[in-house]
Design a protein around this ligand. Structure first.
Ligand SMILES: [Zn+2]
Length: 328
């Protein structure tokens, strides 16, 4: 890995590179942004840059130090990563460790992943360290939600916000970097919400592919006005209840594609661009107003399900309502 391989966070790369060049490290950083945007890799690159002892551009990414940090095998770079909450004991360990001067390399780096999972006690303990950190130490907090951190912690950190990336850029990375086909990379990046980590995960996610097939099959069944199968597909929704939001989003994306195609005939705005033939076919068979009504029904169901109204009933009503729109 290298700074250049972190997709779409050029602004942050630039800031950190400048810091490395001028040797002006803060004692504490807060990397904030959604899961999958490259926060952890960015922290590792920065750690390499701080510790790498080669001349010239840092990190060099080839010296033994850089390689060991990348492998998580360098004693002065500590990644704190817990499954659940981060308890005060973990921070006490950090505090003990941070007092020991570095013997290998010039600096010590502590990366706390999912810092929002620190208990208040843990945060209070960490605050003491942030107030008087040893000169050789840098602490990098990674979080998906800075609001869960004490304001006193945040105020001691240099904050860098990671933002979602343009779909086109993710598509390009998948095509050029991973050799994924144009259609698949476009479809996957459309469903990634601008999060490169999510796009990469979707590429290999068999569940995503299977569920999507089911959803697209359902749209065809509804068009064929197949009521018996339709009620059977309630089972599918119940079984995949945990993914209901994604499933409803897939359905909306499908009908939105039908609408876009109907109105513009433009292919490059479509999310499901690997299924052009079906989009063309279905959009020829449903009127524009009906497509709008269907999207409205799905959106309404999304809201109802969020407010915890009877799940199965909601799905049945949604399917029957969509069917009614199609038949009428
Ligand atoms: Zn190096």
């Amino acid at each position: 890995m290298a700074f250049e391989e972190i997709v779409g966070q050029e602004r942050i790369v630039e800031i950190l590179k400048k810091t490395l060049l001028n040797n002006t490290f803060s004692h504490a950083y807060l990397f904030e942004g959604l899961e999958g945007l490259g926060k952890k890799q960015m922290a590792l690159e920065f750690a390499k840059g701080v510790i790498c002892s080669q001349e010239g551009m840092k990190p060099c990414n080839v010296c033994q130090t850089c390689r060991r940090i990348q492998e998580g095998n360098y004693p002065e770079v500590n990644l704190i990563q817990e499954d659940g909450t981060i308890k005060i004991e973990k921070i006490r360990e950090l505090q003990k460790d941070i007092q020991m001067k570095p013997y290998e390399g010039r600096k010590k780096i502590y990366i706390i992943n999912h810092a929002e999972n620190m208990t208040v006690q843990a945060q209070n303990a960490l605050l003491k360290t942030l107030e008087e950190p040893p000169a050789y130490a840098t602490i990098i907090l990674l979080t998906v939600n800075g609001n869960s951190l004490l304001p006193t912690i945040i105020s001691r950190c240099q904050i860098l916000k990671f933002r979602p990336v343009e779909i086109g850029k993710i598509q390009q990375v998948l095509m050029e970097g991973r050799g994924v086909s144009r259609e698949e990379s476009r479809m996957v990046s459309s469903f990634s919400n601008g999060i490169i980590g999510r796009a990469l995960k979707l590429l290999e996610d068999e569940d995503f592919k299977r569920i999507r097939e089911e959803v697209l099959k359902l749209t065809e069944e509804m068009l064929r006005r197949d009521t018996i199968n339709l009620l059977e597909s309630v089972d599918f929704f119940t079984k995949e209840k945990n993914q209901i939001e994604e499933i409803l989003d897939m359905l909306v994306s499908w009908y939105r594609d039908l609408m876009i195609y109907k109105e513009t005939q433009e292919l490059h705005f479509l999310m499901n661009c690997d299924r052009i033939e079906e989009i063309q076919d279905q959009s020829n068979r449903i009127g524009l107003k009906k497509i709008r009504d269907i999207i409205f029904i799905i959106d309404q169901t999304k809201g109802n399900i969020k407010s915890n109204v009877n799940f199965q009933l909601n799905i049945e009503v949604m399917l029957l309502n969509i069917q009614e729109v199609l038949v009428w």
